[in-house]
Ligand binder design. Structure first.
Ligand code: AMP
Ligand code: ZN
Length: 125
């Protein structure tokens, strides 16, 4: 495991989401800028469900260090831009980051879920 402070490779070739960034795997891209990418989740849990990722590989939020705060801000910004483009900015939406085993993280490239298009229950399971 990489410690938060250590440098990461820009992309990790075998990582699923790095392969989406590299356009090696198809995805429905909703929004992108130089540093972040938003694309539709393959198994949507709400009428609007997309994932916002940093283009640079980071395993998860707990692997982000102080040097990554700008990048994390860009991911948040991507989420608000995607929400606008997907038409849920007025009705509201939820942003979720699953970190590690108990949260059920299944893809180990940091991603923020953007969920909306219906009322969302609270607390989550
Ligand atoms: P998590 O459980 O938080 O790690 O979320 C991983 C998410 O990635 C799940 O919601 C999956 O449906 C989604 N996912 C997995 N593979 C793909 C893919 N190739 N394209 C889009 N979404 C994917
Ligand atoms: Zn990756």
């Amino acid at each position: 495991m990489t410690s938060p402070a250590s440098p990461e490779a820009p992309t990790t070739p075998k990582c699923l989401f790095c392969r989406i960034v590299a356009r090696e795997i198809p995805a429905t891209i909703v929004w992108e800028d130089e540093h972040a990418l938003a694309f539709k989740d393959l198994n949507p849990q709400a009428p609007v469900h997309c994932l916002v990722i940093p283009k640079r590989h980071l395993v998860g939020i707990h692997h982000a260090g102080k040097d990554d705060v700008d990048l994390l801000g860009r991911v948040f910004h991507g989420a608000r831009e995607a929400a606008e483009l997907l038409g849920v900015s007025g009705t509201g939406y939820r942003l979720v980051v699953n970190q590690g085993e108990h949260a059920g993280q299944s893809v180990f490239h940091l991603h923020m879920h953007l969920l909306g298009g219906r009322p969302l229950a609270w607390p989550p399971g």
